[in-house]
Design a protein around this ligand. Structure first.
Ligand code: ADP
Length: 141
């Protein structure tokens, strides 16, 4: 089992990421989260490089304040770089699963580093992807 587990990589289970620009409003991010049916949005700058993460609770927290959501940009409330946990397509999935547990988060972006060190978002791994891998592993026995 351990041997098979170590052969499961991020690229085998990653899904398509949903990203928003850092200047969009909290209101629009909430709409995007509903329409795209995801629990986490990744936030990118004008060059489409990763700058932050928005979870459901980040958006809920902003919504219970007295702020005007349609004019409040998401870069004010997001969790920002360099505090973002990321992974790469050739990483072992078990390592990402451990990150989700230890950091108490639901999702990590799959990134590709450019030569200048910027992060392109190319996928996402969520608890659902890990669960799918877990079930596939069980089916092998
Ligand atoms: P929720 O807040 O809806 O329970 P999470 O548990 O994923 O969802 O997020 C908890 C906190 O961690 C949020 O403030 C969120 O911005 C942050 N967060 C989520 N994913 C990451 C990540 N990959 N790296 C760093 N911080 C993250």
């Amino acid at each position: 089992m351990t041997e098979n587990l170590n052969k499961i990589y991020v690229k085998d289970y990653q899904s398509i990421p949903v990203v928003v620009n850092e200047n969009v409003s909290v209101y629009d991010a909430i709409v995007t989260m509903f329409l795209e049916d995801v629990g986490t949005l990744f936030v990118v700058d004008a060059n489409t490089y990763l700058v932050g993460v928005l979870s459901r609770k980040d958006l809920l927290r902003a919504s219970i304040g007295k702020q005007e959501l349609s004019t409040l940009p998401v870069n004010i409330i997001m969790t920002r770089m360099p505090n973002i946990t990321v992974c790469e397509k050739d990483d072992q999935l078990i390592g990402v699963a451990k990150d989700l547990i230890h950091k108490q988060i639901d999702s990590v972006p799959v990134i590709k580093k450019t030569e200048k060190g910027d992060l392109e978002v190319i996928g996402r791994i969520t608890k659902t992807n890990i669960t799918k891998a877990f079930v596939a592993l069980a089916d092998e026995y």
